[in-house]
Each structure stands twice: as C-alpha cells, then as structure tokens.
Design a protein around this ligand. Sequence first.
Ligand SMILES: [Zn+2]
Length: 223
Amino acid sequence: MSQQSLDNQKAVVVFSGGQDSTTCLFWAKKHFEHVELVTFAYGQRHDTELEVAKQIAKEQNVKHHLLDMSLLSQLTPNALTQHNMDIEIGDDGIPNTFVPARNLLFLSFAGALAYQINAKHIITGVCETDFSGYPDCRDQFIKSMNVTLSLSMDKDFVIHTPLMWLDKKETWALSDELGALDYIRYNTLTCYNGIIGEGCGTCPACELRANGLNSYLVEKGVQ
Ligand SMILES: [Zn+2]
C-alpha cells in the first residue's frame, strides 16, 4: 500500500521570535518554497515574546500558528514561566529555566502540524554547542525524535537543526550569509528581561548573544 508522501518543498519552523529561531526562519526560506511558523505559548516570562514572534511572522510574510501550551507551567515551578523567580544555575549544572520535556512536546506538536499541512520538513534552532544542560537540545535526542515522529504518523519527516554545531559567533555569521544579520540584530528578542534587539545587556542570554556578535563583527573587521 502506498502512502501519500509529504511535500518536499514545505517546512515548519519552531519559532520563538529569538535570534536562533529567526535565523532558522531565514535558513528555511532559503531552502524551501513554502515556510510556516509555529510558536508555543506556555506562559513565557514576557508577553513581548509572543508579540515579537507575531510581528516577525507578519514582516516576513509567513503563516504563523500560535499554539497554547500553557499546561507546561503547571508541570513545574520554573524561572521561564514563574515570573517572580530569578534565573539561576542549579547544583546539577542545569539552569532553572529548564522546562522538562519542552522540546519533546514542542517537536511532537510541530510534527502534528506538519502532518496537517503536509510539510515534510521541520526546523528547530536547538544547539549542542552553547549547551545549557538541556538534554532535549542534543543531536542524539533530535535524531531519535525524527524516527519517533515518522513512525508515529507513518510519514517521512526530516527534522533540520541548522544551528546544532554552531556557536553564537557562527550563528551570527550564518545570519549574515543569509542577508539577515541586521534584521535579526534589531528585531528579535532573546533577553530574559524582555528587551527587544540588543536587550538589557546583563542577563545570561544577552551576554551570550552580545559576545557572539562582537566576536563575529571583530572577525569580519567592522568593529
Ligand atoms: Zn538581557
């Protein structure tokens, strides 16, 4: 029995409106004819995140699916979702921004959406290089998830992780290659304090992002 295969020119990007997933959006637009975005609302620290995601989708003229995943915040008290908690690194080396199984759940729902719109490709900005101790950002997990998604729906999905082996400097280099460095620099939100673009400059996310950008600009010779 032959099953209908998925559209090889269609892709879904797991999208937060941050630097990494916006780089993935531009990467996907380069490689696929039709790109759609999926953003998960799970009680982020800042509503700004969702607004930024919507705004970028609009500006880049791509269809945007916003899915409610607020149940995630019921599962664990966590600095990403409990807005009165400070962000800290735990004794186990894992930051308290960790939401257990978050990528497992996100990729499952992204897969279900990809099935609905007949998209073969799923893109996620996870990365092992700036490994924050999130086990479901590892390459091994993604490969396992790819097999699981395909088996669960009997479809030949391909999960792409263009940032998996890049550090932040190389991620900026990629965005430059894609012609999107300035757009990403000034329009995305990575800052834990909810400040768009260059951010607050002091939170761990801002530091990582700024260090990467500075070393890239120095290397490029413009700073
Ligand atoms: Zn910040």
